[in-house]
Design a protein around this ligand. Sequence first.
Ligand code: SAM
Length: 282
Amino acid sequence: MIGNITNYLGKPFYEAPNCAIYNVDCLDAMRRIPESFVDLIVTSPPYNIGKEYEQILPLDDYLSWCEKWIAEVYRLTKCGGAFWLNLGYISIPNRSKAIPLSYLLWNRMPFFLVQEIVWNYGAGVAGKRFFSPRNEKFLWYVKDSLSYTFNLDEVRDPNVKYPNQKKNGKIKVNSLGKNPSDVWQIPKVTSGTNRSSRERTPHPAQFPRALIERIIKASSNIGEIILDPFIGSGTTAIAALQLDRSVVGMEVNTGYCQITADRIERFLTAPQQMRLLEGEFE
Ligand SMILES: C[S@@+](CC[C@H](N)C(=O)[O-])C[C@H]1O[C@@H](n2cnc3c(N)ncnc32)[C@H](O)[C@@H]1O
């Protein structure tokens, strides 16, 4: 499993069975790991928009930094493996208020792009002179366009409108549900006194766990190794452990590493029923 990761990266900031979290710069750390080490990478990098965990770079510098860490992601991905990259929007003075980062990055890597998934996250800021933004993208890449994991039955949507519809006398709809499509409606993690999500941590850009669970189920198998080089509050780790995968997380900020470590501890010590239903939530 991930036992030998310590040969390359040393002692982790936090470890648990099938889990190692490193307080590192991910570019430096990934360069120390041998090729073809992981089955699936799921991540959301800084978007260069001035969040508390990033320093804004000139656009060209930001894009070339992305090229460098994505090149390492490519090298580390096994032959049948996949890379799921979450990207939002940036503004470019005098050119665009909100250009999708995916337009600028999608072809700066040797992966094969299978699909763009639209994550429609529900609540958000209200626009006055533009439509209220309600989506981010996931770019789903694979290393080998002819051979990759896609466990559709694991992620089918049981909410079917006409479950008894027939064709030539046979029920047409798959009994496990329908294909969930390339638009995913999954609420974002919210803050606020009365509307805070139960899974919320102090991290300012936390993924909802349901989103990452769908990706991990669809694109990997039990026992495989998942890497998140920008793990933030540890959502990818919680989702991977819940689904019996192994996980390596990297995070440059020590405070966020601690949030991740505490969250995994809480998750691992929660009764099984809680973990399944609500995970680590209070
Ligand atoms: C968009 S957030 C990820 C949030 C995460 N998906 C979650 O659910 O909490 C990006 C994270 O990358 C971290 N980061 C920024 N530069 C980094 C680097 N060079 N190496 C590792 N982590 C980095 C930031 O501190 C931040 O926590």
